[in-house]
Ligand binder design. Structure first.
Ligand SMILES: C[S@@+](CC[C@H](N)C(=O)[O-])C[C@H]1O[C@@H](n2cnc3c(N)ncnc32)[C@H](O)[C@@H]1O
Length: 242
């Protein structure tokens, strides 16, 4: 993924990322309890940008140091921010999560890298830091995602699980969590996102030392397809600890 994230940081400015952010938790901000705002699998496109002007503790967790370094560079461009922010290179399910009260947890585009049992484990780890009133935002690829083909034995080799609402509700069970919203989305990539993919393909071909122009063109034409991405987004709030 390194080459992709490199292409991504070269294409998107921090202003692009902030303007492109859709954060449905904004509707519930007045109801946030005390505690840290934590983005797990934050990458460089983190929801933490939305909370830089609050005095909350902000924690970004990712296991790719390149992504964390890019995020740090982006944050450094906010010269006036006195945000209390920690960026941690932790691997989910391998490293213990930092122990404190989490007011809000973002799980954006991360759960589909884990199978369902692993997602259950992630949630039980997380719960050690949640208190009644804590919010969890989830965005993950849905079962309508273009790559999801259950008849293919390799279906879960890259993305480990494609989610339905019932799957999410089975993780965030109704006796413990209330679901405040959910939506299913399908969208085509923007021109800028497609440019990122093209840049990434170019970098990959350089890496493979394929320099013949016509061969490069053919490979790019074959791989540069704007497939619609189908996701499911949900917000849950913890009612009680069990
Ligand atoms: C698709 S990106 C999502 C970035 C951002 N949350 C967003 O929605 O745009 C997934 C991120 O999760 C990180 N990641 C993947 N597996 C991880 C793991 N096991 N532990 C921690 N971070 C992980 C990757 O390094 C990457 O930055």
């Amino acid at each position: 993924m390194r080459l992709y994230w490199e292409a991504y940081s070269e294409t998107f400015t921090i202003e692009d990322l902030i303007r492109g952010m859709y954060n449905p938790l904004r509707d519930y901000e007045d109801e946030f309890i005390d505690g840290a705002i934590v983005d797990i699998g934050c990458g460089q496109t983190t929801f933490l940008f939305d909370y830089l002007n609050t005095n909350r503790k902000l924690i970004g967790i990712d296991n790719d140091q390149f992504q964390l370094d890019q995020l740090k560079n982006r944050l450094d461009t906010f010269q006036n921010t006195s945000a209390n922010i920690e960026l941690l290179n932790f691997t989910l399910l391998t490293d213990a999560l930092p122990l404190e009260t989490y007011s809000v947890v973002f799980l954006a585009n991360i759960l589909h890298f884990f199978d369902f049992e692993q997602c259950r484990k992630i949630l039980s780890q997380l719960k050690m830091n949640l208190v009644p009133g804590s919010f969890i935002y989830v965005c993950c690829h849905s079962d309508k995602y273009y790559m999801n083909d259950p008849s293919n034995p390799e279906n879960n080799s890259y993305f480990k699980h494609y989610f339905t609402l019932a799957d999410l509700d089975a993780l965030f069970i109704a006796s413990d969590f209330e679901r405040l919203m959910y939506s299913e989305t399908e969208r085509l990539s923007s021109k800028k996102e497609m440019q990122t993919q093209e840049k990434w393909l170019e970098k990959h071909l350089d890496y493979l030392e394929i320099f013949d122009e016509s061969e490069r063109e053919l490979i790019i034409e074959e791989h540069l397809i704007n497939n619609p991405e189908a996701d499911i987004i949900a917000i849950y709030r913890l009612l009680q600890q069990n």
